[in-house]
Ligand binder design. Structure first.
Ligand code: NAD
Length: 352
């Protein structure tokens, strides 16, 4: 940002959890300030959506770029509009080649998928790889990954690296080949609905009750033989699909482990609790929140790059000023509020 000619203010202590000291920011040319100095900023870059108190410290017309979690939070979006902010939701970035380096869902889900396996391994009371020793053989752990998008694929790769025997499921046909290419077994109900389950944006559709019933029957049999289940299934703008019931958990061996990465969106696993590790039917169910934040230094490094590449598209290199081009497809997809109104059509706005 300094190289682009921008002045940079950093909130004191902002990087401590990622092992970046205030002195490091100063050495890079930033000025360390208290939260009240946010008033001076034309652009505010954040991790999460600003709170009411934070909004009151921003100047009208300021651009705010963050993870806004917009679905179901229309009142908070309206509040940003009322404060005159131009707010951008990074998670609405279109998944097109030009925006790949701005894709926070991918950068963070990838880390969450990795960390889910590490968390599961920690709670599991056996080794993951097969070990043949003079004192006997430890069998490879059986890991089942449900939802093979960005997080799921990284979970598969990580579990494979640890030596587990891995299987996975998804409702999108494209996932089949990707799962196989990582050396895991693909398990799914592959009917006509499955063949049409991917939206133009590359996401999953919400499946019919009939499909869900067929999927549950298939999964119930398979899950009973697993040691670790990792669920990552999401549908944009909808609650997470319920994939694992208490009954399925009760069929697993005591001491098995389940990780619910979808817990923030209602959970894929019955009984999972946000922010906790709980025991459900003898299975340890992990429901940590903000899983990428458990490897904060890596999460920060990737998220910062995502924010920077997006901001860079708004910087005029001649005048060193920041301006929003409402015709840009990235702006159209991510801008929630502008000029005192909600502008995003998905959240009640008439697009500018
Ligand atoms: P996501 O986080 O929205 O969902 C995670 C996974 O859950 C998805 O694979 C989804 O199909 C699956 N799922 C949903 N409902 C399910 C159900 N009932 N049962 C089982 N699985 C279910 O998805 P994501 O990880 O963000 O990725 C979605 C797709 O987008 C992937 O194919 C990914 O490779 C692709 N992608 C493309 C780009 C790009 O082209 N720039 C970037 C990132 C991701």
């Amino acid at each position: 940002m300094k190289a682009l000619g921008l002045d940079v203010l950093v909130e004191a202590g902002a990087g401590l959890a990622s092992r970046i000291l205030d002195a490091d920011y100063e050495a890079a040319g930033a000025r360390i300030v208290g939260p009240e100095e946010a008033k001076a900023a034309d652009v505010v870059l954040k991790v999460r959506r600003p709170t009411t108190a934070e909004i009151s410290t921003y100047k009208p017309g300021a651009i705010v770029i963050a993870t806004m979690d917009p679905y179901g939070n229309e009142a908070a979006i309206a509040e940003m509009a009322k404060a005159g902010l131009t707010a951008f939701a990074m998670e609405l970035m279109p998944r097109i080649t030009r925006a790949q380096s701005m894709d926070i869902l991918s950068s963070q889900a990838n880390l969450a998928g990795y960390q889910a396996v590490i968390d599961a391994a920690y709670e599991f009371d056996r080794a993951m790889p097969m070990m043949m020793t003079a004192a006997g053989t430890v069998p490879a752990a059986k890991v089942f990954v449900m939802g093979a998008g960005v997080a799921g694929l990284q979970a598969i790769a990580t579990a494979r690296r640890l030596g587990a025997a891995v299987s996975a499921t998804d409702v999108r046909p494209a996932a089949k080949e990707q799962v196989a290419s990582l050396g895991a077994k693909f398990i799914a109900v592959e009917d006509d609905e499955f063949k049409a389950a991917e939206t133009a944006g590359g996401y999953a559709k919400e499946m019919s009750k009939e499909y869900q019933a067929k999927q549950a029957a298939l999964v119930a049999d398979h899950i009973a033989k697993q040691d670790i289940v990792i669920t990552t299934a999401l549908i944009p703008g909808r609650p997470a699909p319920r994939l694992v019931t208490r009954q399925m958990l009760s069929a697993m061996k005591t001491g098995s482990v389940a990780v619910d990465l979808a817990v923030e969106r209602g959970g894929n696993i019955e009984g999972s609790e946000a922010g906790k590790v709980v025991e459900v039917e003898g299975v340890k169910v992990i429901g940590y929140l903000n899983v990428p934040g458990r490897i904060a230094a890596s999460a920060s490094a990737l998220y910062a790059k995502n924010l920077f590449t997006f901001l860079e598209t708004m910087v005029d290199k001649e005048t060193k000023s920041v301006s929003v081009n409402a015709e840009d497809e990235l702006v159209k997809a991510t801008m929630l509020t502008h000029g005192g109104s909600v502008v995003h059509p998905n959240f009640g706005g008439a697009a500018v």
